[in-house]
Design a protein around this ligand. Structure first.
Ligand SMILES: [Zn+2]
Length: 261
């Protein structure tokens, strides 16, 4: 049976922190373009096509922490990746009006959508705005540090799933967050993320389902070298399974299109 591996990347510069104290993120965000370059060259090296969900504001002109047309161009140039939307300005959809939600869905136009903080709302409007697919939340609340830690330490295999038809849209649920090394997470030993991602890929293959890994580029900013080594090993493992015809690697739109046929 064939499994599917999907990688989606929430790309937002400082927008993800606009309502929080982002002073600690200034230094990290300075590294973001370099991290994106490194990710793109790894994806080229292993010929892995991924989905980049971009905050609409990045397409506008302005300062480097909030705007990033150059980032969009870097991704586009590689030709193998999907450009998805991560909303116009990273609002929490469970906290805004319908009218505001409509505006947030307007730009950028794309096939796939990733809700800020994975907070799902206004799916009818999402569909009306022309989107076809979105990433549903992971099985567990992966933003909670303690759950991230338990999952990694006990190597609890991530949830894998089939795409789900939902209100005329296709939901491709998340499976695993590639945890950063910020704060207490710097104590997570090398190899645990890799081990758990491998279990996810193996499970996807044995069940014929999708393993959907996601993260933000800024998640690589702390302990960068070690995280990149770990991440590259996930890509190597996925490639080895693809070479044996056990695994397909697809973007969200490729999965959704294949599913609705
Ligand atoms: Zn986000």
């Amino acid at each position: 049976m064939n499994g599917t591996f999907c990688i989606s990347i929430d790309t937002e510069l400082l927008w993800g922190r606009k309502d929080l104290d982002y002073s600690k993120f200034i230094e990290r965000t300075k590294k973001e373009r370099d991290i994106i370059k490194k990710l793109l060259s790894l994806f080229s090296k292993y010929n892995i096509n991924t989905t980049w969900a971009i905050v609409g504001k990045l397409y506008e002109k302005g300062d480097e922490f909030w705007c990033g047309k150059d980032i969009v161009e870097m991704i586009k140039k590689k030709r193998i990746h999907e450009l998805a939307s991560h909303s116009y300005s990273h609002e929490d959809f469970t906290k805004i009006s319908r009218k505001k939600a409509k505006q947030e869905f307007k730009k950028p136009r794309a096939f796939s959508f990733i809700f800020p903080r994975n907070h799902i709302a206004y799916l009818d409007l999402l569909k009306k705005s022309g989107f076809k697919a979105y990433r549903g939340p992971d099985e567990t609340n992966t933003t909670k540090h303690i759950i991230q830690l338990i999952n990694l330490l006990l190597n609890i295999p991530p949830r894998t799933s089939n795409p789900i038809k939902d209100k005329g849209l296709i939901n491709i649920p998340g499976s695993m967050y590639f945890v950063s090394a910020r704060g207490v997470r710097k104590y997570i030993p090398y190899g645990l993320r890799l081990r758990r991602a491998k279990s996810g890929i193996d499970k996807a293959i044995s069940k014929g389902q999708i393993f959907h890994l996601w993260f933000h580029p800024v998640d690589f900013a702390d302990n960068e070298k070690s995280l990149f080594r770990e991440f590259e090993n996930i890509l190597k493992y996925a490639k080895s399974k693809r070479d044996k015809n056990l695994l397909e690697i697809k973007t969200m739109s490729q999965i959704a299109r294949g599913f609705s046929k």
